[in-house]
Each structure stands twice: as C-alpha cells, then as structure tokens.
Design a protein around this ligand. Structure first.
Ligand SMILES: [Ca+2]
Ligand SMILES: [Ca+2]
Ligand SMILES: [Ca+2]
Ligand SMILES: [Ca+2]
Ligand SMILES: [Zn+2]
Length: 486
C-alpha cells in the first residue's frame, strides 16, 4: 500500500541536515507529503558500524500508523535513508466524531469475537467461556495511504495475546484488528482439572501410572498458548526447566501424550499455569508472578510437591498419582509462587505459612470451578488423593470445613483450612472474579510475617476500596465466622 523505499544517499554533505526537514527526493507516483516536517525522533541506537535515528511520522501532531523514517549514518559518514512514510492528504480532518470509549468497545468486541472463534478449534464441549478482552486507553492516530483516515488506535489483551485495533474515528467501524504479540500456539492433551472431576468418577485409581481406557477418555485436547516457538514447553508464563526423562520437544509444537509418558505431566504444568496466569491478567493484574515460572517435573520421588523461594522453582513429585496429573496440585504450588512474588520473603510466621497453604488450596479450587460442572468443588486434589485416602470423595483437604481459630494446632496445612474456608465463603458471597480480585489485591498489603487477623483486615480493606461497604461487610462476616475477626 504505502510507499516504502530505501535510498542510499551517499556521503553526507548537504543531504541530511540536522533536523530532518529534508525532502529525500520525490517519490515517483506518490502524492506529495502533506507535512514532510512531521517527523519526531523516537529512538537513537548505536551499532558497530554507525548510528541509527528512528523517527515517527506525524500529521498535525498525531502519529501516522506504521509511518516511519530512519536515518543510518555509518562511521565513515555514509547516510542511508529508509523512508516508510505514508502520504496523508493535507485536508484530512483530525477531529474525532466517535468517543474513545465507544471505539474501545468496538475494538474489544472484534478482538473477543476473533479470540472465541480461534478457541472453537479446541474441543467444543468443555469450552470455558472466556472473559472479554480488556484494553488500555484509545489513542487518536492517522492512517495514511490510499485509504487515509483518522482512527482510534486501541490495544487490547485477550486470550490470543495483545491485539491492535484501528477504529475509524468518524464512522466507528473497525478498520483493522490484529494480534501484535508474537507468541505461538501449540497443541496438547491434558486432564482438566483431573480425571476424577472431569469423569465424575471416584473409582479411578493410579495402577502405577499405567495407561487405562478410562483415563484416556479423560484427556482433553487443548491449545497451548504463549509458547516461545523454541519447540520446548517454554513460554511467557511457564518454563519447564527440568524433567524426568528429558524435556518435551516438538518442532510443530504438538505435545500429545498419554499419562504413562512422563512428558504428559510437563504438558499439564504448561497448560494449567498458562491458564491461571491468563486468568490473573484478565482480572487486571499485570504484576502477579508475571514471568515464566520455572518448573521441575517428576523429579522428586516422594509424594509431595514444593515451591522453593530461593530458586523461584516449583518441583512436582511423582509419588502415588504423579502430582502434575492433578491440576489442583499444580495450582496449589503456583499459589505459593504468587505470594512469594507479591510479598518478598513471604511466610515468616506460623500464621503466614497457614495463610499460604490455605490460599494454595483455595486457588486450586477457584481455578477448578469453571471446569468442574459443580462436582465436589471444595474437594482439593481429588485425583492425587486417590493414592492415600479411602473415603469418598477423595480429597487431600477441603475448603468447606468448619474449623475456626479455636482449632489452631500450629501445623500450616491443618491451620490453612481455617483460612481456605474463609476465602471460599468470600468466593460464594462475592462471586468468583470479584472475590479473586479482592483476595489478590489484599495480598499486596500483607507483611511477610502477617497474621490471620492482619491479613483479614487487608482483605476487608481491599473489598471496601474495590467494591464498597456491602462487599466489605460480606468479607468481614466470612472472617468472623472463622473467629479470625471479632
Ligand atoms: Ca503420569
Ligand atoms: Ca516466580
Ligand atoms: Ca502424588
Ligand atoms: Ca477439586
Ligand atoms: Zn503448600
């Protein structure tokens, strides 16, 4: 569309002078520049061979989308111009008729619709309804070239990554919408959240990691988003760093295994951590363990998994049912990584430790809610627990117990049940998304050695500031019922 041309301008003198008013020689067939002086220096870079000056093309002070101009000056003084400016008619009206909020709405609708279409490629039955795209402020800009117009430039975040939409600022129609983040989607097969819940079957057993028809049927094909394209299970939010039997690798980013293959657990970790981080981002949090979390999978023989704050690494054990075959074990451990990321040195008191365990259990449960069809929601680690419990339903712990602070025994997992019940009550009182916003927001105010009472106060405060008095009263009641608050 737009003219793009590179011109070797030869040796300096006179050609490129100081600021860039310079016309670089006419371009055949193109309209004359409406404002050849509308160049704004945005970046200067040095390389081995010279200096590089990058300019944004502007029109009446507004950026011209994709309009660029670069000047490369070699050490020897040679100048090369890359002129990527687009012609803009001098009389283009730069007064928007559409309000930015309306443009944002149109852009988000387009992005959400596309993201949902992309997800239909997955299994239709278990589709989780995705939250709509979110976006920052709309910026006024100009599109040059043959279809020159004034647009609102809206950046949205959706399950597809980051998208840029251009909305005509006079008509409100979406002119263009495309994903600008460069992550790669892969394919995988997982349990979601685990076979006991998805099959609603408490009779399933591990049989020493053997493949079984019932477990094969419990597998679900999924899209693995935000992969870095290396062919490993490494991406924006998860890095499978070590694994028994070696790292899964696929040139086509296809990671389909059955559960007897240890690589199945690597896929479980990648998928479920990516899911939970996307959810956190959709709630509006951009700094809750917003990094590629390291995992070591199936590398511990005991029936335990753990988060190591000194290495910022989560290790998934393989005792009994491989821990990473149950997403709720993954989410519990990720809960520890979340708290450690938000509060440096978190967990330095017995009650802070109990809050950590209670939060991990709660996080596993709240993440399971959308994929559990209501089956035994407060039951934590339904599949992993089949190895060590005989009563049904099989649960390591629950988030709907009746413990209060009268029942404190000084063991972090046992005492954590007091906290997880309070959070679960908040979940039911406020609804999933509001509860999780309140709970995550409150965590930013925790001390590393916080107590039940202090953390409860932080949570009440977050509820009041985010959702008002009535919500704060509901949160207060949840803590009063546990005798955490008076
Ligand atoms: Ca396995
Ligand atoms: Ca981390
Ligand atoms: Ca296990
Ligand atoms: Ca569960
Ligand atoms: Zn834990």
């Amino acid at each position: 569309m737009a003219r793009r041309r590179r011109a070797l301008v030869g040796v300096v003198v006179g050609v490129v002078v100081g600021a860039l008013g310079v016309s670089v020689g006419g371009v055949a067939g193109a309209a004359p520049d409406a404002n050849p002086d509308g160049l704004k220096l945005i970046k200067t870079k040095s390389s081995l061979l010279g200096e590089h000056y990058w300019y944004q093309q502007t029109f009446k002070g507004l950026p011209v989308v994709n309009g660029y101009y670069a000047k490369h000056v070699t050490k020897g003084g040679a100048v090369e111009i890359a002129d990527g400016r687009d012609a803009v008619p001098a009389d283009l009206d730069v007064n928007a008729r559409i309000a930015p909020a309306k443009a944002t709405e149109a852009a988000n609708a387009a992005v959400t619709a596309r993201a949902n279409r992309a997800r239909v490629a997955g299994p239709p039955k278990d589709m989780v309804k995705q939250p709509p795209a979110t976006s920052g402020a709309a910026q006024l800009a100009v599109v040059g070239g043959p279809n020159a117009r004034l647009v609102w430039n809206v950046t949205s975040r959706s399950t597809e990554g980051v998208s840029r939409s251009l909305v005509d600022a006079r008509t409100g129609s979406v002119v263009e919408s495309k994903v600008i983040s460069d992550n790669i989607d892969g394919r995988g097969s997982v349990f979601d959240p685990n076979p006991v819940v998805s099959e609603q079957n408490e009779q399933l057993t591990d049989l020493n990691d053997r493949n079984q028809d019932a477990l094969f049927l419990a597998q679900k094909n999924v899209i693995l988003r935000n992969l870095d394209g290396s062919g490993n299970l490494n991406g924006t939010f998860v890095n499978i760093k070590e694994a028994k039997g070696g790292l899964a690798h696929s040139k086509t980013n296809t990671f389909v295994y059955q559960r007897q293959n240890d690589k199945f657990e690597q896929v479980m970790v990648y998928y479920h951590v990516n899911q939970t981080q996307e959810y956190i981002q959709q709630l509006g949090f951009t700094e809750v363990n917003n990094e590629s979390q390291d995992f070591s999978v199936d590398t511990y023989a005991g029936d335990n998994s753990f988060y190591d704050p000194s290495a910022d690494m989560i290790t998934m054990g393989e005792g009994g049912v491989d821990d990473a075959e149950d997403a709720e074990v993954i989410w519990h451990e990720y809960g520890h990584a979340i708290q450690d990321d938000i509060v440096p040195g978190y967990g330095e008191s017995a009650q802070a430790g109990a809050i950590g365990e209670g939060f991990g259990d709660y996080w596993a449960v709240t993440m399971s809610v959308p994929v559990s069809k209501g089956f035994e929601l407060p039951c934590v680690m339904d599949w992993d627990a089949t190895s060590y419990t005989s009563t049904e339903p099989h649960c390591l712990r629950r988030t709907d117990g009746n413990k209060t602070t009268d029942d404190i025994v000084g063991q972090v997992h046992a005492d954590g049940e007091i906290w997880s019940r309070a959070l679960w009550d908040i979940h039911q009182a406020l609804g999933r998304n509001k509860a999780n916003k309140v709970i995550l927001e409150a965590t930013f105010f925790y001390d590393p050695d916080t107590s039940f009472a202090a953390a409860a106060q932080d949570t009440v405060q977050a509820a009041r500031l985010l959702y008002g008095k009535a919500a704060a009263a509901q949160v207060t009641k949840a803590f009063q019922d546990r005798k955490i608050l008076p």
